[in-house]
Design a protein. Structure first.
Length: 339
C-alpha cells in the first residue's frame, strides 16, 4: 500500500521502510495473480481430479463463480465458520419439486455467478448448497429473499440493497460518522453514498489503513464479535533496533492493564538505522491494542497501518478512497463468520 499513489505500489526496487510501502508491494504481487486469470478459468493445478460431490468448500475443477470479477479472485478456498453441508438426494420425484419460487440456476445467473448453463454444471457437480444442503438436481426452485445459497462454500449475497466497501482511512480522520469537535470523519468521504453505512470496528485517529463500511448490521456485529476471532493485519513502524525475543514475548502474551494480550503472528519486515518495520496479526478487538503491546515492550509506535481484515486486503488502494468490495470478497467475509 503506497500511500496516495498506485504507481509506487508495484516497483520492485522500492525499499520497504514504511508501513505504507510494505503493504503496497505485497498487495501488488497478489493483484497480478488476480488479473492474470481469465474469466471462467479452473481452480487448482491441471492434474487435479474432478470435484467430489459433497465437498463444495474445496477446490473443484471448473469455472469459478464470478469469474470475470476484478477483486478477490485470488483469495483461495473459503474459510468456513459454519457446519459442514449435508448431502441431499441426487434426484427427487417430480411431484416433490417446488412449484413456487425461481429455478436455482436462474437465481445464480441473475446474481452474476455464471451463465445459466455453467450454473447448471455447478449444481450437478455438487458445488451448490441451498440452506446448508448440497443440491445436485436442476428442478429445485428457491425464494431468493429467504434462501441461503453457497457456491464452493462462498455465500452468494442475493439482497441487492446490501453494500460493502473498503475505506483507506488517512491519519487524522476520526472513525465516526460525525465529530462534535469538527475533525475530519468518515462521513466527509461518503458524500456520494446515499445509504446509511456502519463502520466495522474503528481505528484510532492516528492509525491509517483499512476500515470496512457496510449497511449489513448482522455482518458488522459478527466481524467485531470476539467469538469469531477475525484476524487483522498491521504494519507497525517503531524505533530500532529491536532486541531478540520481542516477537516470542508478544506471541506468548503480555500483561496489560485490562488483562493478557498477545499477537497471533509477528514478522520483521525491514530494519534500517533507527527504525524497524514489523507485521503483526491479531484477532483482539481491544482499544488501541497494537500500540499498547508495543509500548509494553519499549517500542512506542511511530506509524501504524492496518492492511488486512479477515480476507479483505487494502492492496494498492489510495488513501482517502472508498471502493466497493467484489462478490468474492463479500462471499468470503460472510462465510468466515458463519453467514
Amino acid at each position: 500500500m503506497t500511500q496516495g499513489s498506485n504507481s509506487g505500489a508495484g516497483r520492485g526496487n522500492q525499499r520497504r521502510s514504511t508501513p505504507g510501502q510494505g503493504g503496497g508491494r505485497g498487495a501488488a504481487g497478489s493483484g497480478r495473480g488476480a488479473s492474470g486469470g481469465k474469466s471462467g478459468g479452473s481452480y487448482g493445478a491441471k492434474k487435479q481430479g474432478p470435484a467430489k460431490k459433497g465437498q463444495p468448500g474445496g477446490t473443484p475443477r471448473g469455472p469459478q463463480a464470478f469469474g470475470g470479477e476484478r477483486f478477490g479472485r485470488n483469495l483461495g478456498p473459503v474459510k468456513k465458520n459454519r457446519p459442514a453441508p449435508s448431502q441431499r438426494p441426487a434426484q427427487r420425484p417430480a411431484e416433490d419439486q417446488d412449484h413456487d419460487g425461481v429455478r436455482l440456476q436462474k437465481v445464480l445467473a441473475n446474481a452474476g455467478v455464471a451463465s445459466r448453463r455453467v450454473s447448471e454444471e455447478m449444481i450437478t457437480a455438487g458445488r451448490v448448497e441451498v440452506n446448508g444442503e448440497i443440491v445436485t438436481e436442476l428442478g429445485i426452485r428457491v425464494d431468493p429473499a429467504t434462501t441461503s445459497i453457497h457456491v464452493d462454500g462462498m455465500r452468494i449475497q442475493l439482497n441487492e440493497t446490501m453494500r460493502y466497501y473498503a475505506f483507506n482511512k488517512p491519519r487524522g480522520v476520526v472513525s465516526t460518522m460525525e465529530d462534535p469537535e469538527g475533525r475530519p470523519c468518515i462521513a466527509d468521504y461518503l458524500r456520494k453514498k446515499s445509504e446509511r453505512l456502519f463502520h466495522v470496528g474503528r481505528l484510532d485517529v492516528n492509525t491509517e489503513g483499512l476500515l470496512l463500511l457496510t449497511n449489513d448490521g448482522e455482518l458488522a456485529n459478527r466481524l467485531t464479535h470476539p467469538s469469531y476471532e477475525v484476524p487483522k493485519t498491521y504494519l507497525v513502524q517503531v524505533p530500532g533496533p529491536m532486541a531478540h525475543g520481542i516477537g516470542a514475548q508478544m506471541k506468548a502474551g503480555i500483561a496489560l492493564e485490562d488483562g493478557m494480550a498477545k499477537v497471533d503472528s509477528f514478522k520483521l519486515v525491514d530494519s534500517t538505522p533507527g527504525k524497524v518495520l514489523v507485521e503483526v496479526i491479531l484477532h483482539s478487538g481491544k482499544n488501541r491494542i497494537v500500540r499498547r503491546l508495543f509500548d509494553a515492550v519499549g517500542h512506542p509506535v511511530k506509524r501504524l497501518v492496518r492492511v488486512q481484515m479477515g480476507p479483505i486486503k487494502l492492496g494498492a488502494q489510495k488513501q482517502g478512497t472508498i471502493r466497493q468490495l467484489g462478490h468474492h470478497e463479500v462471499g468470503h467475509l460472510l462465510a468466515g463468520v458463519g453467514m
